[in-house]
Design a protein around this ligand. Structure first.
Ligand SMILES: *[C@@H]1O[C@H](CO)[C@@H](O)[C@H](O)[C@H]1NC(C)=O
Ligand SMILES: CC(=O)N[C@H]1CO[C@H](CO)[C@@H](O)[C@@H]1O
Length: 298
């Protein structure tokens, strides 16, 4: 039963995608009250400035988190984040998409804090059907605590691309043709949380959170989704909440990396990538995951 309702759901999604055409909805400016719920943290998560700003904070008793009201099946999702400044060692700001259940899909950004002056690590992962182990980590070419920067996830049926300020840092292609499951039928929500992970986050747990600096605060603004929103009945409608131009709003559904973007991706991977599961032959001593051999999972 589960599998037949599942495939009819997937079919209706594909039908909606096929019918998409030019029927896009009007746009409206982002508002955190409208799009998100603070889900935990007992007052440590706040929506401010008439819905334009959201902050999460962490102190010794608790962190905090929020999630989107909507569930999405594919989207181009932008959010601006300003991370915990100063000595953020031991803190983790997770910002991700995830579905539910034991064979869930997930697309992760995790920002691992550091001592003042030492670089944050941006950790990324992709889970499909409950299996992850696809970590890539980066340092950034800017200070993510000095100002807001835009972190984006492009998720369409062909690929997942992670971006920082419009520069692609990672691409995970749909390689179902060689047997690698791809997230494409389970709707996901957007989640974010700020929490303490000083047992592993900073230099493998060597550096502990300095609670004398608490509360630690991360801020969010300018959420912008061009996405297919899945209703509780299972139908999907693809629209845009972009406050900017309405033209070509569904291009993301088939978006690819043009040659300039590919060069940017190579630049990031060459200069800022500090870990790539695809080159970790020690860890995968029985052989690298199949998508790694496909060369294009650079
Ligand atoms: C913290 O800074 C050190 C020293 O530059 C660096 O090796 C490490 O990758 C940084 N990030 C984390 C999360 O430890
Ligand atoms: C893509 C997206 O998030 N669309 C939402 C835009 O805002 C309207 C009004 O709140 C929602 O109904 C849409 O789901």
């Amino acid at each position: 039963m589960a599998s037949s309702s599942y495939s009819s759901f997937a079919f209706s999604v594909m039908l909606v995608l096929a019918l998409l055409g030019a029927s896009l909805m009007a746009t409206s400016a982002s508002n955190f009250y409208q799009d998100f719920d603070i889900t935990w943290g007992d007052g440590r998560g706040k929506i401010l400035n008439n819905g334009e700003l959201l902050t999460l904070s962490l102190d010794k008793p608790s962190g905090s988190g929020f999630q989107s009201k909507n569930e999405y099946l594919f989207g181009k999702i932008d959010m601006q984040l300003k991370l915990v400044p100063g000595n953020s060692a031991g803190t983790v700001t997770a910002y991700y998409l995830s579905s539910k259940g034991t064979t869930w899909d997930e697309i992760d950004f995790e920002f691992l804090g550091n001592l003042s002056g030492d670089p944050y690590t941006l950790h990324t992962n992709v889970f499909s059907q409950g299996k992850g182990n696809r970590e890539q980590q980066f340092h950034l070419w800017f200070d993510p605590t000095a100002d807001f920067h835009t972190y984006s996830i492009l998720w369409n049926p062909k690929r997942i691309i992670f971006y920082a300020d419009g520069t692609p840092i990672r691409e995970f292609k749909n390689m179902e043709s060689i047997g690698v499951p791809f997230p494409k039928s389970q709707p996901m929500r957007i989640y974010s949380s700020l929490w303490n992970a000083d047992d592993w986050a900073t230099r493998g747990g060597l550096i502990k959170t300095d609670w004398s600096k608490a509360p630690f605060t991360a801020s969010y603004r300018n959420f912008n989704a061009k996405a297919c929103v899945v209703s509780s009945s299972g139908s999907s409608s693809c629209s845009s909440n972009s406050s900017s131009s309405a033209s070509n709003n569904n291009a993301w559904l088939s978006q690819d990396l043009d040659s300039a973007s590919q060069e940017r991706l190579i630049w990031v991977q060459k200069n800022y990538m500090i870990y790539n599961y695809c080159t970790d032959t020690k860890r995968f001593s029985q052989g690298l995951p199949p998508e790694c051999a496909a060369a294009n999972q650079s």
